[in-house]
Design a protein around this ligand. Sequence first.
Ligand SMILES: Nc1ncnc2c1ncn2[C@@H]1O[C@H](COP(=O)(O)OP(=O)(O)OP(=O)(O)O)[C@@H](O)[C@H]1O
Ligand SMILES: [Mg+2]
Length: 273
Amino acid sequence: MYQDLPFEAFQPYGDLRHDQRWSTWSSVEKSAHGPEPRPDWVITDDGAIDTDLGVLKTGKEADVFLVERATPGASGCSSVLAAKRYRSAEHRQFHRDSSYTEGRRIRKSRERRAAAKGTAFGRLVQAGEWAGHEFAALSSLWSAGVPVPYPVQIDGTEILMEFIALDGAAAPRLAQLRPPLPLVESYFGQLREAMAVLARRGLAHGDLSPYNILAQGERLVIIDLPQVLDIVGNSNGMEFLLRDCRNVCSWFVSRGLDVNADELLAELVAQAW
Ligand SMILES: Nc1ncnc2c1ncn2[C@@H]1O[C@H](COP(=O)(O)OP(=O)(O)OP(=O)(O)O)[C@@H](O)[C@H]1O
Ligand SMILES: [Mg+2]
């Protein structure tokens, strides 16, 4: 008897399931939205509903969930997003040392005092600092044309971003692949260009490895960017850049490509100045 009723009849406003929430798009400040021009799949509707689809991957400092954002109704649309939720300091298994954050400051003094005191709020501020830094890096690098997931929005310690999918599942990490040589060559070209764009902006990823690069078919996408750092402003900048070069080059060498970390480093450094 209810079969012909529209979807709204089953989902009256205010009556959400335990795994649903109202889209947080409108409740965050405009500055917490991703850069323009926005991709057309980004849903900005006030009436949209977010449904948690479960954990995609638990990491050392954050967990990544799948969230579907959808507008109800026959003409509704939906998109699946990756939600990276940073844990507070006491729930992390990994603590980046201060060599990453050197030169960076928490601006608001109340937050700085809380962080220094180690209060629960302070630990949240620190988790938010990493989330905020990753969101800012994703935003500026996406605008510069670097292949990173589009950052949809940030809300406290949660970043909602483009889900990098392949055949309906999460795209695999480069580390687990053995592509044919022509594709390996193409991947190296893409990565070298992406690292060069960062270098021209004076930046290094800081934790680049085949585990933080996804292969979406023939295209590479770089992820996990909270620690992006200033090559010159950070006194360990060159070491981080060299480590990034070594990590990626050793994967390419193991897949049959004749590349060299020192040469890549020299090429990037030449572009940074
Ligand atoms: N936008 C995305 N699209 C598809 N998969 C993603 C996305 N973001 C993250 N992932 C998956 O979740 C994993 C963890 O993400 P990320 O590396 O950003 O977090 P992390 O806490 O640093 O994890 P780790 O400790 O494993 O490095 C990734 O290796 C990847 O498999
Ligand atoms: Mg990672």
